[in-house]
Design a protein around this ligand. Structure first.
Ligand code: FPP
Length: 244
């Protein structure tokens, strides 16, 4: 689809939900669903950057996801450890830097943490876009961690209370990214599930009833058309002459 006359969101968030149900409907294991989700992510993210989106944040694994069966957690961790390096190399063509949000510590396996650090180092000089991958991530956790960083700076006399603002609070989050303009959660669930709570304050939200492995380029085009119909007022009113 031609995006020429369309508003393009600067920062898109995607909650990639429904891998398990997609697989179940096809008589396949949940692991196959995650594999298909990952294959879709590779194609879809390249398409999204090619349309002018600068920042893409994806929910890959929440702190709560560690409650899933050991088999499923191990599968996802191995998928990351074995496949993400290649994906990050592929994004070189789009000059996209990869960053991670979340706590880089146990219960994440050491091998996963090592790959995360390597990917960040390998991609840090890329300047055309950012892929923010949320792993071992929680939105409350992110705000609490930011509060701790700020408190320590204030305690040590390096930051004064008056210097803490809504704008510069972003600087203390896991990554200093712009606010999210457009959030997509696939699978039809209408929840945020602790995803990027600070960054989502004025995001437009879209909840297609399609499982993530099936959310392809055409589905993204449809999402962008829906985004273009939204009237973003950021708490203001559209027409100052409106009669009350
Ligand atoms: C949600 O679907 C999806 C996840 C918890 C994992 C998303 C991960 C990928 C797309 C692969 C790339 C990321 C890593 C870490 C390798 P679900 O399993 O909750 O689906 P369901 O709601 O149908 O059960």
């Amino acid at each position: 689809m031609d995006y020429k006359d369309l508003k393009i969101p600067n920062h898109v968030g995607i909650i990639m939900d429904g891998n398990g149900r997609w697989a179940k409907e096809r008589g396949m294991s949940r692991s196959k669903g995650h594999e298909a989700g990952f294959e879709n992510l590779k194609k879809l993210s390249e398409y999204i950057y090619s349309k002018g989106v600068k920042v893409l944040s994806i929910y890959a694994f929440s702190t709560e996801n560690f409650k899933r069966s050991k088999q499923e957690v191990d599968f996802l961790m191995n998928l990351f450890e074995n496949k993400f390096k290649e994906y990050s190399n592929r994004l070189k063509e789009k000059n996209v830097k990869i960053v991670f949000s979340g706590k880089k510590e146990a219960p994440l396996p050491n091998g996963v943490i090592r790959i995360m650090n390597e990917i960040e180092e390998d991609t840090k000089d890329r300047t055309d876009g950012i892929l923010n991958i949320c792993i071992n991530y929680g939105g409350h956790l992110e705000i609490v961690e930011a509060t701790k960083k700020i408190s320590a700076l204030v305690r040590d006399g390096k930051l004064s209370l008056d210097d803490i603002t809504e704008e510069n609070f972003y600087h203390y989050l896991f990554q200093d990214l712009p606010p999210i303009d457009f959030l997509i959660r696939t699978s039809g669930e209408i929840r945020i599930s602790n995803f990027m709570l600070y960054q989502l304050s004025y995001a437009e939200m879209y909840f297609p009833k399609i499982y993530f492995p099936a959310f392809d380029e055409d589905c993204f085009d449809e999402a962008i058309l829906a985004y273009n119909k939204r009237d973003r007022r950021f708490g203001g009113i559209k027409d100052e002459n409106t009669n009350h």
